[in-house]
Design a protein around this ligand. Structure first.
Ligand SMILES: C[S@@+](CC[C@H](N)C(=O)[O-])C[C@H]1O[C@@H](n2cnc3c(N)ncnc32)[C@H](O)[C@@H]1O
Length: 394
């Protein structure tokens, strides 16, 4: 018997009817797939996952309180080495050197994307000289001191560690924010634009890096359209600022006055003319005269509208009404960019929204998050961002 079979303190035995389990079926083992837990589950330890005959299928991190009981780290009988956290952080950090983002130039990027980097429950975003670490699972919360030590060997700027309330509640750890080092707003450069977002607590870790490549691609298309760009859910100005940098006037809409203030400051800092900012509810009537159009490009980037599957119908109805309202303001030949960051609202829903809208549309592109947001093959839940670009034909 190998040493690790003797040393393991927690074994998770799967049910006879656990269904498909293995590398091609994603890294999550759900509570309904588990027959029994042998030993006292400890989020600080690795657990062996076994089939009903006691054969080890792989190794993972246990969250006893969550509906995802195990997040797998490695398949096969052999466990990951004791220094797996350090090794995976090194690989994730090194991988970002080879994406070409720095050359864009861009200094704000995701350094660790949870399962996509083999580090479930951990997101690390770099804002130039600062890091924001987001911990979303009990096993990562249990390793936070080890994690900080590891980060300190790789990074000497300020670090913010966020343990969000919502994750803390479902996983059973203490929520909170800790900071190491001097800090202020999170400043960074994206495609040469100087930007900043508030330090945590804020939306996501501060910025929406996932949309970075889409902001550039949409600005490129907008430069070939007739008319301004409408950016619904503009946050700190992302799509609108990129359009203005490409010479296209734009109107940004958000319901957060403080984010719009920041967007306006970004326009000034980057010497970008032709931008207007409107505080409004994107699901409302949108009767401000600045939103009347016609527009050459319209981006609809709402917040997560359906966190659970049962929210989808209600959310889809609201989205459909809103898309129909704004699609009528798009010129023929222009592009409508529909985004969903809800895993349960996929491209088939986005297609339905345009099919129910005035005019006729064809889909010209279906995109996801930028390169610094890798997804573990087979982990369909990791694919949360869908961006469908449609062209209006009549
Ligand atoms: C997914 S983020 C958009 C990210 C942004 N487009 C970017 O590229 O960085 C969603 C944005 O919608 C805003 N928001 C949420 N609900 C809204 C509503 N009902 N009306 C307008 N804006 C809303 C949020 O404040 C947030 O800035």
């Amino acid at each position: 018997m190998p040493w690790y079979a003797l040393a393991v303190s927690t074994r998770i035995q799967l049910r006879r009817d656990a269904g498909k389990v293995g590398p091609t079926h994603g890294p999550w083992i759900r509570t309904r797939q588990v027959a029994r837990i042998l030993g006292v589950p400890d989020p600080g330890e690795l657990a062996a996952v076994e089939d009903r005959h006691g054969e080890v299928l792989g190794w993972g991190l246990v969250s006893e309180r969550s509906s995802i009981t195990v997040r797998m780290l490695q398949w096969g009988a052999e466990p990951p080495p004791p220094q797996w956290l350090s090794q995976r952080l090194t690989r994730a950090f090194e991988a970002r050197q080879h994406l070409g983002l720095q050359a864009q130039p861009t200094t704000g990027m995701r350094m660790v994307n949870s399962e996509g980097d083999g580090l479930p429950g951990l997101v690390i975003d770099r804002y130039d000289t600062q890091l924001v670490v987001q911990i979303a699972t009990a096993p990562m919360a249990a390793r936070r001191h080890e994690l900080m030590k590891e980060l300190r060997t790789r990074f000497d700027g300020p670090v913010h560690v966020v343990r969000p309330e919502s994750a803390a509640k479902t996983e059973g750890f203490e929520p909170g924010i800790e900071r190491e080092g001097e800090h202020g707003p999170l400043c960074f450069v994206e495609h040469g634009l100087r930007l900043s977002v508030p330090a945590p607590p804020s939306q996501k870790t501060g910025a929406y890096f996932d949309q970075r490549a889409n902001r550039r691609e949409v600005a490129r298309l907008a430069a070939h359209a007739e008319g301004p760009l409408l950016d619904l859910g503009c946050h700190v100005g992302g799509f609108a600022l990129h359009a203005a940098a490409a010479g296209v006037p734009a109107v940004g809409v958000d319901r957060s006055a403080s984010m719009l203030e920041r967007a306006a400051a970004h326009a000034t800092m980057n010497h970008l003319p032709g931008l207007q900012w409107v505080e409004a509810d994107m699901f409302g009537v949108l009767d401000d005269p600045r939103l009347a159009g016609p527009f050459g490009t319209i981006v609809v980037d709402p917040p997560k509208i359906a966190a659970r599957r049962r929210d989808v119908d209600r959310a889809a109805e609201a989205m459909q009404r809103m898309v129909a309202r704004v699609a009528a303001r798009l010129r023929v030949g222009g592009h409508l960019v529909l985004c969903s960051c809800s895993h349960h609202v996929g491209s088939e829903h986005l297609d339905r929204f345009v099919l129910a809208s005035p005019g006729s549309f064809t889909r010209v592109a279906l995109r996801g998050a930028d390169l610094d947001h890798p997804i573990a093959p087979g982990h369909i839940e990791g694919e949360y961002l869908r961006v469908a670009i449609y062209q209006r034909r009549t």
